[in-house]
Design a protein around this ligand. Structure first.
Ligand code: URA
Length: 250
């Protein structure tokens, strides 16, 4: 799998053009009828024609169409948005993605709680999502959290040995790093290798503490970039894509 992967299969010409944001299928029908589309130098007037975007040269109004099948975006999710494609009551993370991407069927890779901030991948690549989320893959995810009380070596050991959640599930070993701690508040980094519902919050609840702020800062080898403001997104670079999929730190 490559960033900007091209189709290795044939696709209807009108579908390809409209998937690439040139307009609706019916607008494509008109553009074709009026001679606006050439395939390998020949004007094609019907959208039914199948083309191979890897091999065929397609010109739309004289400009070459490059077919990109998959899109990979990194979003710095803000508080107040839910990790879903649509919702009746709340704003969704897809509302933060510009309409330039409307013609891709994007979805968030996994879920962050409505009040959790930080790194969220938005894509239309189901295989990538599966590879990052399948429990068998144990992809590490690191969170920065503020906790409402003191933490010490005992907590580090408890997380290392596997915290038992309220439903009896024993978590896999997790790495807890204490950045600062006082009687009333601690700042930590926590790396987990699974993704149970509200997992980080429930892990701290299991030791009678509460998460007051949660931010995902890393997924596999990919860290949340320092220069990506909360609420903003951008396409992954090639290096970031490798870090995310291969687990190689940048
Ligand atoms: N764990 C949580 O409790 N919430 C999140 O959003 C992610 C991990």
């Amino acid at each position: 799998m490559k960033l900007g992967e091209l189709m290795g299969e044939k696709i209807r010409l009108d579908k390809l053009l409209s998937n690439m944001g040139k307009g609706s299928r019916s607008e494509m029908k008109d553009a074709l009828r009026f001679g606006g589309v050439k395939v390998n130098g020949v004007t094609v007037r019907t959208g039914k024609e199948k083309v191979d975007p890897e091999k065929d040269e397609i010109l739309y109004k004289g400009i070459q169409v490059v077919y990109v099948k998959h899109v990979y975006l990194i979003l710095n999710k803000p508080d107040g948005y839910i990790s879903a494609t649509e919702d009746k009551f709340h704003k969704t993370v897809l509302e933060l993605i510009s309409s330039d991407f409307d013609h891709y069927e994007l979805f968030p890779v996994g879920r962050l709680d409505i009040d959790t901030e930080g790194l969220l991948i938005i894509t239309n690549d189901g295989e990538l999502a599966h590879n990052l989320l399948a429990p068998k893959k144990h992809v590490p995810k690191t969170y920065r959290a503020i906790i409402n009380g003191p933490l010490g070596d005992l907590a580090i050991k408890q997380f290392e040995e596997g915290i038992s959640l309220d439903d009896g599930y024993k978590c896999k070993p997790a790495e807890l790093e204490i950045i600062s701690t006082s009687k009333s508040e601690s700042e930590v980094k926590l790396t987990i290798h699974e993704g149970k519902f509200h997992q980080v919050k429930r892990m701290f609840e299991a030791i009678d503490l509460k998460v007051t702020y949660l931010q995902r800062i890393k997924m596999n080898g990919l860290s949340l970039p320092d220069d990506l403001p909360v609420g903003e997104f951008r396409p992954l670079t090639e290096e970031e894509f490798v870090a995310l999929t291969q687990g190689i730190d940048l």
